[in-house]
Write a protein that binds this ligand. Structure first.
Ligand code: ADP
Ligand code: ASP
Ligand code: MG
Length: 428
């Protein structure tokens, strides 16, 4: 008998019919002899609708109240799913994140899990019931206020619970058949990736492949917990996210093929580019800029500093950050004008970050050459470049991002023969 944590995303429980379909799947898992704990997201686009509502009421809602509002979405789905399971003759009990023992810090909207004490979940399991846990939420250790883990955070709830309960596997059920070589909603020729390492999946998640929440993969890696990403609309095998050692074992046992050099391509259109123009080229200026941003709690990504103009001794410093942080970033830099001595600030929100990920880059020369050649042949201008050991990212015009993803996907031989199936979801 295995202990399986199953997480169902919003598109899998979008309406009453879907909830009943998922309930059947859960009851079948239990009937086949496994123990099952369920984590559920808000139905369909509920979270977006609640956010729209909050923004209609207030341009800047307090984090505490916004979190309280958003967690209502998952409460609805956990209760209706428990009802549907009861209807099939099995016992289910729903729990909020707080009741399930998900203790977080108090960073509203982006809380981190600091402890999981799932006593009530273990009790329910021992009594033969199926626990249904509301994803994406917890309770702050200090303030005891309700928190959320950030968009897509139900994945992290599921992995954190699976780790705390010592589960055998965490299954993430979504609206596509697993992790693909790129977003199948954008490139229908995307190919399912049967096995991927935690490290590559983390890079993919970090650069915009929203199929898994970044922190959920970090968590799984820490506990060496296998994740199986698959569709709730089919019974197909999906994608296994595992350690390199586990994948090597699977290859030796003939369950997996040799790993490809490149695992995927992703685009993120939610970043903006900020340029601090005319910064004196002398020690301490970059430090002053990035200290101001750090103090304001802004996450920055790429950084480029131009060569300074000989005539003026001044240079431009450009960085990217989430679009939602631009206003705050400008205020933070403007507030330190005396220390930074820059001439002006410019913002460009029409950018995309396009990335290629693959552990094989470490040992295969020529990947960068092929990458830039593919973009050049498509007539795409590169505005910024950054790399890690297993990733190359560039900033392009936002209108070029789909073309860039398609060009790279083809150039690296990732195109599949058939079309990927997208079963549901609005892609919002
Ligand atoms: P859920 O509601 O189940 O959590 P999400 O919308 O968060 O689902 O994530 C699934 C979506 O992620 C897919 O519908 C797909 O459009 C998108 N996606 C982006 N990149 C990828 C990728 N590389 N592989 C699979 N799906 C991806
Ligand atoms: N409902 C939340 C969201 O839409 C959490 C999740 O789906 O994982 O972001
Ligand atoms: Mg998701």
């Amino acid at each position: 008998m295995s202990l399986i944590v199953q997480k169902y995303g919003g598109s899998s429980v979008a309406d009453a019919t879907s909830v009943k379909r998922v309930a059947r799947r859960i009851v079948d898992t239990k009937k086949s002899g496994d123990e099952v704990v369920v984590v559920v997201s808000a139905m369909g686009d509920t979270t977006d609708e609640l956010l729209d509502l909050a923004n209609e009421v207030s341009p800047l809602p307090p984090g505490r109240e916004l979190d309280m509002l958003l967690t209502a979405g998952e409460r609805i789905s956990m209760a209706v799913l428990a009802m549907a399971i009861h209807d099939l003759g099995a016992e289910a009990r729903s729990y909020t994140g707080s009741q399930a023992g998900l203790i977080t810090d108090s960073a509203h909207g982006a809380a981190r899990i600091i402890d999981v004490s799932p006593g009530r979940i273990s009790e329910a399991l021992a009594e033969g019931a199926i626990p249904i846990v509301a994803g994406f939420q917890g309770v702050a250790q200090d303030s005891k206020d309700i928190t959320t883990l950030g968009r897509g955070g139900s994945d992290t709830t599921a992995v954190a619970l699976a780790a705390a309960l010592n589960a055998d596997v965490c299954e993430i059920y979504t609206d596509v058949d697993g992790v693909f070589s790129t977003d199948p909603r954008v490139v229908p020729a995307a190919r399912r990736v049967p096995f991927i390492t935690y490290e590559e999946m983390m890079e993919l998640a970090a650069v915009g492949a929203k199929v898994l929440h970044l922190r959920c993969v970090e968590y799984a890696r820490r506990f060496d917990l296998p994740i199986h990403v698959r569709s709730s609309f089919s019974s197909k095998e999906g994608t296994w996210v595992m350690s390199p050692e586990a994948i090597t074992r699977a290859i030796e046992e003939g369950r997996a093929m040799e790993q490809p050099i490149i695992s995927g391509v992703a685009a993120d259109v939610n970043d903006a580019k900020v340029t601090v123009v005319g910064v004196p080229d002398k020690p301490g200026q970059a430090s002053a800029i990035f200290r101001a941003l750090a103090d304001a709690g802004i996450n920055i990504d790429m950084i480029v500093q131009n060569v300074s103009a000989a005539a003026t001794g001044r240079t431009d410093v450009t960085f990217t950050c989430p679009e939602g942080s631009v206003q705050q970033a400008m205020e933070a830099i403007n507030a330190r004008r005396e220390a930074i001595e820059f001439e002006s600030l410019t913002v460009d929100e029409h950018i995309a970050k396009v990335s290629l990920i693959g552990a094989g880059m470490r040992s295969h020369p020529g990947v960068s050459a092929d990458f830039f050649q593919a973009l050049a042949e498509t007539g795409i201008n590169v505005e910024m470049i950054s790399t890690s050991e297993i990733r190359i990212s560039v900033v392009t015009r936002v209108d070029d991002s789909t073309k860039a993803v398609q060009a790279l996907h083809s150039a690296f031989g990732l195109d599949a023969d058939g079309e990927a199936v997208v079963y549901a979801g609005s892609g919002r």
